[in-house]
Design a protein around this ligand. Structure first.
Ligand SMILES: [Zn+2]
Length: 122
């Protein structure tokens, strides 16, 4: 069980805009799994642009993030699906860091470069 203070620190380390860490767990033989979700309570309907916070379903999936030491880190993302109040259609929330793969890859590269540089200094 991760403490509230612990997840706050992890959110700061992760430093992905609009995303917070809600739980961290270690899976033997797999690595570290960070459960993350959007900090926003609502999203805009893709069909009519109406803001909605009526939760329809939770869609969880896991992406490989990077490695801390020898442990691979995975993000378990909860991409929520809302049901629009106006047009009644379900829609998935937009998660910028997942949709924009170029930014995501760049962030990975930056992090790796930084860790290489800091290990040179010590
Ligand atoms: Zn709608």
């Amino acid at each position: 069980m991760t403490t509230k203070k612990g997840t706050k620190v992890l959110t700061e380390i992760l430093n992905i805009q609009g995303i917070k860490v809600i739980q961290m767990s270690q899976q033997p033989g797999i690595g570290i799994i960070l459960q993350v979700e959007s900090i926003h309570r609502e999203s805009h309907c893709h069909h009519c642009r109406t803001k909605s916070n009526r939760l329809h379903q939770n869609h969880r999936y896991v992406v490989k993030y990077l490695s801390w030491g020898e442990k691979p880190v995975f993000l378990e993302i909860n991409r929520r699906q809302f049901k629009c109040k106006k047009c009644g259609k379900p829609f998935s929330e937009k998660l910028d860091f997942v949709n924009n793969r170029r930014t995501y890859t760049k962030r990975l590269a930056d992090t790796i470069i930084k860790s290489v540089l800091s290990s040179d200094i010590h």
